[in-house]
Design a protein around this ligand. Structure first.
Ligand code: GLN
Length: 526
């Protein structure tokens, strides 16, 4: 029998966040991690008996529903038998009130915005260093009275039941949202709950995670099985591959597919960085012709994306067949660099009719190859992955690299993708990024790239009329990629990049800078 695999929440003290569908739920998890406390989010429909680990405390999140509505979601009552501290936030507090006397209803008016917290019980550990701070309200329902067995521990001008606590058990409810930055001392309150009340150890660090994860991979894969995985040169796949290499050495096979639309010299660089530098067992497959042949004549962005996705699966599977493990056994696992935000996205509570989504990006591969999935980064946020990458000795520039889309330069060459067009876009992009690095701006920008626009424009060079294409430069600042602003370069910087591109890249007569934010524009042009 295979040894049982120790999952992260059974190794690290864990705060369980039960999600009732609030847009802020993931932030609760995020904030606790900032204090080195491991927190994991599960949908509010989670059956407590199905948990394979015991949380140190439970937080019930906010949510868009009204607890008194017929189809409102409710927590599994077994959560109260865990005998660990529980805190309800907004909907979560209304849920606690609903379960203990049903005194919740519609308020006369919605309360949205700041309020000042007025703590009544100064001895309550939840409020240490939080009294009189600004807290953020966002609710339309309210408590019409105290739930049975509870007392009021804080008020605000509009909310007589701003915070409540059980008389004898460690159960708390707060009407405001401590997880949003508008609640000035919200982080402290969350830490007070996790550390002072739940007694969770603050040992969630990437230093500690490395060993746990390497052990987990070894237990999962066992002594002989082999694993394959795609690497792209991006931070996630590189960190995942390096972890696999540390855990099982050459039994991990990395495959890099050169699809002909990668950045300039990318395949060569990855070979050097990952293969020679990090010692990963790597095959680089030159499939540029295959991809570019399939892209011939295609101009529709969605079609381009589909062709690249499908061709990738095809090439990857074919290459996987060529790998013959020394053990003589079949390849058993597929590595996937899934991060925690993808997991959150697929499990977050979206209403009674929700269906759990699978990760669409690996769906195809898994169906055809009958492989088991291994996802060593599935507990981690992006900044945790970067920190882990640095600890694993991955070069700084790679760890802090801007994201690069799967369909690559194919969606940065507008219109038909040909070898010649890719070469132009690549060269221009290379110059642009080189100048950004030289100016010390790379880490201030979230993503930057050049696009090739398939329109011709008149120019003059050396007294000759030119009639060539246009390069559009894009650079954005963002924290979450959901909204983004264009980066305010100095004029001299733009002047220099434009002149280098027109001078050094044949086929370009004009350079423009994209000054649209997201929304209404997207980050990529296609
Ligand atoms: N839907 C509930 C209300 O309007 C809870 C809101 C929330 O959790 N933010 O009061």
């Amino acid at each position: 029998m295979a040894p049982t695999v120790e999952e992260v929440p059974s190794v690290f003290d864990t705060i369980l966040v039960l999600d009732f569908g609030s847009q802020y739920s993931h932030l609760i998890t995020r904030r606790l991690r900032e204090f080195n406390i491991y927190a994991e989010m599960l949908p509010c429909t989670q059956k407590i008996k199905d948990l394979t680990w015991k949380p140190k405390g439970v937080i019930l999140s906010g949510g868009p529903y009204s607890v008194y509505a017929a189809d409102a979601p409710h927590v599994d009552p077994a959560v109260f038998d865990l005998n660990v501290p529980i805190m309800g936030i907004c909907y979560g507090m209304q849920e606690l009130a609903w379960l203990n006397g049903k005194k919740v209803g519609r308020g006369e008016k919605r309360e949205y915005g700041p309020a000042t917290l007025n703590v009544l019980d100064q001895s309550c550990p939840l409020f240490e260093n939080v009294d009189h701070s600004i807290v953020w309200m966002s609710h339309g329902d309210k408590l019409h009275g105290l739930p049975a067995g509870f007392k009021t521990i804080a008020t605000s001008d509009n909310s007589p039941f701003c915070a409540i606590a059980h008389e004898s058990k460690e159960i708390y409810g707060i009407q405001f949202h401590p997880e949003v930055t508008h609640s000035k001392k919200g982080k402290i309150l969350l830490r007070n709950f996790a550390v002072s009340i739940c007694k969770a150890a603050q040992n969630w660090t990437m230093e500690n995670f490395i060993d746990t994860e390497i052990n987990r991979i070894r237990q999962l894969v066992g002594p002989t099985a082999e694993v394959i995985g795609a690497v792209s040169g991006g931070v996630d796949s590189t960190v995942a591959a390096k972890l696999m290499k540390e855990a099982i050495g050459d039994r991990f096979h990395a495959i890099m597919v050169d699809n002909g639309v990668l950045r300039l010299n990318e395949a060569e660089n990855v070979k050097q960085f990952l293969g020679e530098g990090l010692g990963i067992n790597l095959s680089v497959i030159d499939a540029a012709d295959e991809f570019l042949t399939k892209l011939k004549g295609v101009t529709d962005p969605e079609k381009k994306r589909k062709i690249i996705g499908n061709t990738f699966i095809h090439v990857f599977e074919r290459e996987a067949e060529n790998i013959k493990p020394k053990s003589g056994e079949e390849i058993e696992f597929l590595l996937q660099g899934t991060l925690y935000p993808d997991v959150i996205e697929s499990i977050s509570f979206k209403g009674p009719s929700q269906t759990i989504k699978t990760h669409h990006n690996v769906g195809g591969l898994l169906e055809n190859m009958k492989l088991k999935l291994i996802e060593p980064l599935r507990e981690l946020f992006k900044d945790e992955v970067r920190h882990l990458g640095e600890l694993l000795g991955i070069p700084h520039d790679l760890v802090w690299r801007h994201p690069f889309p799967g369909p690559g330069i194919a969606i940065r060459v507008l219109g038909e993708v040909t070898r010649e067009q890719v070469a132009i876009a690549r060269k221009a992009d290379h110059i642009y990024i080189e100048e950004i690095r030289k100016a010390g701006l790379y880490n201030k920008i979230s993503q930057a790239f050049a696009c090739l626009l398939p329109v011709k424009s008149v120019g003059v060079m050396g007294d000759q009329r030119t009639y060539e294409q246009v390069i559009a430069l894009r650079a954005i600042e963002t924290t979450d990629f959901m909204t983004a602003d264009w980066f305010p370069f100095e004029h001299d910087f733009l002047k220099k990049v434009a002149s280098r591109i027109v001078n050094e890249v044949d086929g370009v007569a004009r350079v423009t800078y994209d000054i649209t934010s997201k929304p209404p524009a997207t980050v990529e042009w296609e």
